[in-house]
Every structure is written in C-alpha cells, then in structure tokens.
Design a protein around this ligand. Structure first.
Ligand code: GTR
Length: 366
C-alpha cells in the first residue's frame, strides 16, 4: 500500500538521496550498494559525524567465575580486557552471563551506564529465561563520558587536542563493543551468527554505530536513541533535540568536524538514514517512549521508513507500518526493521526488552 502521509513527511525533510552516488548516479542493485554507496556512507559518517574509530589492537583477556548463579540458571564470569598501546595500558572489566544449560545461545552485547549485574536497565534473569546470553560493559570503564580524552581507551589512542575527524566518545564505546564481539566469537556458549548489540540513549546511538560498522552483529536494539542515533536530524519535531542542542552540550561524543553542521543541519551531506541503512540486511529494532519527546519519535519512525529501501535491495522487508506517525502502544516488529512506541519516560525498561527479545527471536527463526 502506498504510504502517502509518511512519504509527505519524508519529502519535507529533503533528505540526501540514499541511493545516489557522489557522481550523480542512481543505484538499484545490491552490488552497487555494497561496492559504492555502503563504503561511501560509512566514510562520510566517520569523517563528518562520529570520527574514525581507533585501529584494531588485540587485548589480553582474563576471566574469573563469580559465585552467583541466578537461581541455578546462569553462569556469571567477569572478563577483563587489558589493552596495551605503545606502553600505555588500560583494563576494561566486562560481565559475561549465559544460561547454564551447556547449549549455544544468541547474545546481547550490552553497553550500559553502570557496571551492575543485574541493573535497572538489564533484567538479567528475564534475559536468561528467554534463552539469551549477555555480555555487558559499563561505558565509563571504556572511557569517561566527558571531554577528557586522557581517560581509559581514549588515552591510548588520542595524542594531543582532538582535531578534524578524530574519534569522539561514541566511537570509543563502539570500539569496545567490537572487541567484545571478537572475544565472544571464541566462546562456545555463544551462537556466533546470533550476536547483537543493544544500548539506551547515548548508548543506543553507540549501538547503532557499532552495528553499522561491524557486520558481524546480527541485530541491533537502539532504545530511545533520538538525535544523532535513530532520529532523522532534519525537521525535528516540536520539543525534539536538535543537532545544535546535542553538539553544544556533548561535543565530545562526536568528531570536531561535526561542529560545522550544528547550526546548518540542512547542509549535512548525510542524515541518520545513511547510518541505519548500513545495518541492512541484518535486523534493526528502534524503541521510543511517548514522554520522551526529546528523542523525537516521529523522526525515529520516519528514519525506519527512509532506510528500509536498503533492506528491500536484499529482497528483505524493512519496516511494516501503517501510513501514519507513531501512536503510543505501536509495536511494528514483523519486518527486519522494527519500531515500538511505549508509554512512559526515557528509560530502558523491561517492557522494551520483552519487545526486543520477541522481535529477535522471530528474526532468528526466519
Ligand atoms: C540527553 C541527550 C540525548 C540522550 C540522553 C542520554 O541529555 O541530549 O541525546 O543521549 O542524554 O544519553 O541519556
């Protein structure tokens, strides 16, 4: 069915054409996407928005089993990653929890605000009961959430003042998620083709970037990520966060090169549909909450619609949605791009997890 309301909304945003090459050619095949536009958008997003993520470094790994077993149903190990770059060291502690049935399981790599297990954002037993493993890291243990690039992993890679396309903090948190993926690939408890990444808010932005850059991730769940995450930046909705708002408060999440767009969003040669499209043909689930106006839910749903054509190139179905803006209670998870819109505030709730787990299970069984 033709989407009149949604396509009118998208027209107003005058987004850069997802399928138009820099030399003005319209692409229509998966090969052209993979050979020309996929690498192009990836390059643009790193150069102009998030900064270039640091080069691969192999960490030294140490594991230790914890005595807590979650009513006999799970195994909990701490896994520490010791990074050494030119004599500078940093250790990142992470938490690995998986069902104790000796079988392989799909996993969530979870970027969290706190190191706690369980956590208000991470209902561990619920995840175990649904057959998922969790590999969680506290973002401040990777590098602190501020403009100080002499902390954690940032200290190992950043020399002097940041300039141009030097990595922002989102890039460092994302880098860690990929190193966790490296390690999970060595663990027999994980179904290596069924590992996803999830995060909330600034870490939902990070989760999206991670899945966009690292094709080993089978799925991404980006909760309430909003501006510079799942929401389109052009034509923000009444009360929604603008690029200028985010850049003025959190310039260190991005590369310094992003500054030039803060007050000139319409000049950006990209928008967030270019990021979401990089996840195709894998699964992407976006969550919103009605009281979280700041995250611009209309623009989150519109991004799902705008980027879905990348899935269609693969013969897959992007988002399946009625032709209207979101209404509280919406759960659209029948396609490979999903969106849900729940009651309440900005928060990574059990309600969100239940939607994501259900969507991922459906996806993995297709
Ligand atoms: C807000 C920021 C949002 C969102 C949120 C969070 O203050 O403006 O973009 O990322 O923080 O991470 O909790």
């Amino acid at each position: 069915m033709e989407k009149i309301v949604l396509s009118e909304e998208l027209k107003k945003r005058a987004l850069p054409e997802l399928f138009l090459t820099p030399d003005g050619k319209q692409i229509s095949t998966r090969e052209e996407w993979e050979n020309i536009l996929r690498p192009y958008w990836r390059e643009v997003l790193l150069r102009e928005e998030y900064g270039r993520v640091p080069p691969y470094v192999a960490p030294e790994i140490q594991t230790e089993r914890k005595p807590i077993d979650f009513a006999g149903k799970a195994v909990w190990e701490t896994v520490s990653f010791r990074f050494n770059v030119s004599g500078k060291e940093h250790v990142v502690p992470t938490q690995l929890i998986y069902p104790a049935d000796g079988k392989k399981h799909p996993f969530f790599i979870y970027l969290n605000f706190r190191p706690d297990i369980p956590d208000i954002y991470l209902p561990v037993e619920e995840l175990m009961d649904n057959g998922f493993g969790i590999f969680s890291v506290c973002y401040n243990d990777v590098t602190t959430d501020n403009g100080d690039f002499t902390t954690g992993l940032a200290a190992l890679f950043q020399t002097g003042e940041r300039t141009a396309d030097d990595t922002g903090k989102i890039g460092y948190w994302s880098y860690m998620a990929s190193r966790m993926m490296d390690y999970l690939q060595t663990r027999p408890e994980a179904d290596h083709a069924a590992i996803g990444v999830a995060g909330h808010s600034r870490l939902g932005k990070t989760a999206l970037l991670t899945a966009a850059l690292d094709e080993r991730f089978a799925f991404v769940c980006s909760n309430d990520s909003g501006c510079c995450g799942a929401a389109l930046s052009r034509c923000r909705c009444e009360g929604g966060e603008r690029v200028v708002d985010i850049f003025n408060r959190f310039p260190y999440w991005f590369s310094p090169s992003f500054a030039k767009y803060a007050e000139a969003v319409e000049t950006m040669p990209f928008d967030q549909h270019c990021l979401l499209a990089l996840v195709a043909p894998r699964a992407a689930y976006i969550g919103g909450a009605i009281q979280d106006v700041w995250a611009d839910n209309d623009n989150q749903l519109l991004n799902c619609v705008a980027s879905s054509k990348a899935w269609e190139l693969y013969g897959k179905t992007g988002i399946i949605t009625p032709d209207r803006l979101p209404v509280c209670g919406d759960i659209f998870t029948d396609g490979d791009v999903g969106f849900h819109f729940r009651a309440g505030k900005h928060y990574h709730s059990r309600t969100d997890w239940l939607v994501y787990m259900d969507a991922v299970k459906k996806y993995l069984s297709r």
